[in-house]
Design a protein around this ligand. Sequence first.
Ligand SMILES: [Mg+2]
Length: 249
Amino acid sequence: MLRALLLDMDNTLCDTHKAVDTAKIQLARHVGQRFSKETSLNADAFASAFVTGIYREWSDSQRSAYLPIIERQGEEAFRKKLIQDLLAEQHMSAITDTLASDLLQVFERARITAFDFYPGIADFLSRIRDTLTLVVITNGPEFSQLPKIAAVNLEYYVDHIIVGGQEGEQKPARSIFEKALQLANCQAEEAVHIGDSFSADIVGASNSNIKTIWVRHEQKPDSVSTIRACYTVDHPREIPALVDQMIAG
Ligand SMILES: [Mg+2]
């Protein structure tokens, strides 16, 4: 019998791609206007490189520069340094800490304002919570995850929220799925995990013997892994009907 849903947040319950794209556009526009005299500046390229950087898609030299900053000073310090470095690459060397902070704020405000559930998901959570225990497992640092959780008032919709950045290990580690099962007070076979990241959500839950629903979006199936999702949907809008079916079946 199905007793609990384990749920990823980013790009599963909430349209994170859209929020980040909106914030990227606003950051580019702000930088373009603020430094309009700097003819060598490519504001779009800067904003794109910033998003790539915060998603940890680093070069080797970036990795060795940024990991120690994250460990010693935290995520915000890293993001400010990333802004300074990316602008320095565009020949703007005098970016003060305050200015980097301002630009980070522009991005963060836009990101949080644009962050929301996919259509139908809030209603689905409110309805399904009468039947199942709901546990969100979201990877990522507190700096980026806590404001998003607050923005959609996620605590109001689910029973428990686990933030990977506050734990010893993140998805796909077994420990985090074990914690979710404990919180839900159920066995692995009584739960389903829903997520869009094959490597974090589907591989992680499968290794803990939890059934899976993969929210595929445009992704290709992993050709290397022998693991397969139990169910696949193309978009989060298909989640409610599938879960209803699983409860009925
Ligand atoms: Mg996700």
